[in-house]
Design a protein around this ligand. Structure first.
Ligand code: IMP
Ligand code: MG
Length: 180
């Protein structure tokens, strides 16, 4: 599994599962009389989404948008955000719930939110598994946050390092010597 590239486990599998269940219950309560239009941001959110939606007991739709924000180096954003795959359905008049893996600088989410708001949704909320508040360059509204984490490059549970390790059931920290 290449775990020699891991410095530590930051969030254990059981801890993630317990928190995802709580988020699912909270979202189900908040959207009790609605049918949320989930916009999951590929690729990082797919593992989180799969677990989260199984804790939802409200009707909901799942749609995907693919965004690319990383260029040459694997652990640093270029700040240039592109839509690689757009939504197949319109969120107009819908209660949109954006599901993200991690909010770092906030640039990706800021771009997504601006884009979604041009399509006249009724409401937009954000659910992210992870947030690195110390890294924020653009303030973005987060409605549901799984865990706030320190400024370390993490992988697993959908998050990748150079497209690898998304399958790990826990959140691990990449060894610092892998950054450069
Ligand atoms: P932002 O635009 O700087 O907020 O970065 C958001 C995107 O960068 C996320 O959707 C991730 O794909 C990626 N990212 C940011 N931090 C990490 C990390 O620690 N591990 C893996 N991917 C990350
Ligand atoms: Mg990524």
């Amino acid at each position: 599994m290449g775990e020699h590239n891991l410095a530590e486990i930051l969030i254990a599998e059981q801890e993630i599962q317990a928190r995802v269940a709580e988020l699912g219950q909270q979202i189900s309560t908040d959207y009790a009389d609605k049918t949320p239009f989930i916009v999951a941001v590929l690729k990082g959110a797919y593992v989180f989404l799969a677990d989260l939606c199984r804790h939802l007991n409200v009707l909901h739709e799942v749609h995907f948008m693919a965004i690319s924000s990383y260029g040459g180096r694997a652990t640093q954003s270029t700040g240039v955000v592109r839509i690689v795959m757009d939504l197949p359905a319109s969120p107009e008049g819908r209660d949109v719930l954006v599901v993200e893996d991690i909010v770092d600088s906030g640039r990706t989410l800021d771009y997504i939110l601006r884009n979604l708001h041009t399509r006249n949704p009724t409401s937009v909320r954000v659910c992210t598994l992870l947030s690195k508040p110390s890294r924020r360059e653009i303030q973005v509204p987060l409605d549901y946050v799984g865990f706030e984490i320190p400024d370390k490059f993490v992988l697993g549970y959908g998050l990748d390092f150079d497209e690898h390790y998304r399958n790990l059931p826990f959140i691990g920290v990449l060894k610092p010597e892998m950054y450069e």
